[in-house]
Design a protein around this ligand. Structure first.
Ligand code: PA5
Ligand code: NI
Length: 188
């Protein structure tokens, strides 16, 4: 049956949706091949395999013409100086998407295969992802970074594209200052 109009309530901590659909948990082991330091990644997997992020979806299905939403919560953390992040993906059906910062401090890394862009994300900021730009979210703060995503139901998620092409930049914490340091993807 078609989806009927309905209202969604944010949980008090902005991390839950009511009504709620699927909940996805990504642990460190789900992020194979994504951090620059593969040894540090393997140690983190062996050492408890922590939850890196969760994605709570509304009940709107990912099918053409629907407009699903989800809230992602990325935990604060570093793997060999690289800030914890989402896997990142490209939409196989190139369509735009919007993110709205809800809590904490993050970044939205965008890569079209040639150019990389970084959008600083904090509560109240809308980050726009144009069609054709792969996207990854990064927690650059000390507390959980949360954002709402709204995207066309036909967009899909291509994770292989990011494994093949990278994301153009990596987000690290500078050892000396502790500041965000965006470095070219191939930097050892
Ligand atoms: O639709 C989106 O772009 C987001 O909801 C992401 O799927 C979410 O942040 C998790 O990231 P990823 O799908 O790259 O694991
Ligand atoms: Ni997306």
């Amino acid at each position: 049956p078609p989806i009927q109009p309905f209202a969604i309530t944010f949980g008090a901590d902005n991390a839950t949706l009511e009504p709620q659909g699927q909940v996805l948990t990504r642990r460190m082991s789900d992020l194979e091949g994504l951090f620059a330091d593969a040894d540090a990644w393997a140690r983190a997997v062996a050492d408890g395999d922590p939850v890196v992020y969760t994605v709570v979806s509304s009940p709107v299905p990912e099918v053409p013409r629907e407009l699903p939403q989800s809230i992602t919560t990325i935990q604060p953390g570093l793997t060999a100086g690289e800030f914890w992040m989402t896997k990142g993906h490209q939409h196989p059906d190139p369509q735009g998407e919007i993110y709205l910062g809800l809590a904490g401090h993050g970044g939205l890394l965008l890569f079209d295969g040639e150019r990389a862009e970084w959008l600083d994300m904090s509560p109240g900021v809308i980050g726009y992802i144009p069609p054709g730009w792969a996207h990854r979210s990064v927690n650059v703060g000390d507390e959980p970074y949360k954002f709402l995503a709204v995207y066309p139901g036909s967009a899909g998620h291509d994770y292989g594209w990011v494994l093949e092409h990278g994301m153009g930049l990596r987000a690290r914490r500078a050892a000396d200052s502790g500041d965000l340091d965006l470095v070219p993807f191939g930097t050892p």
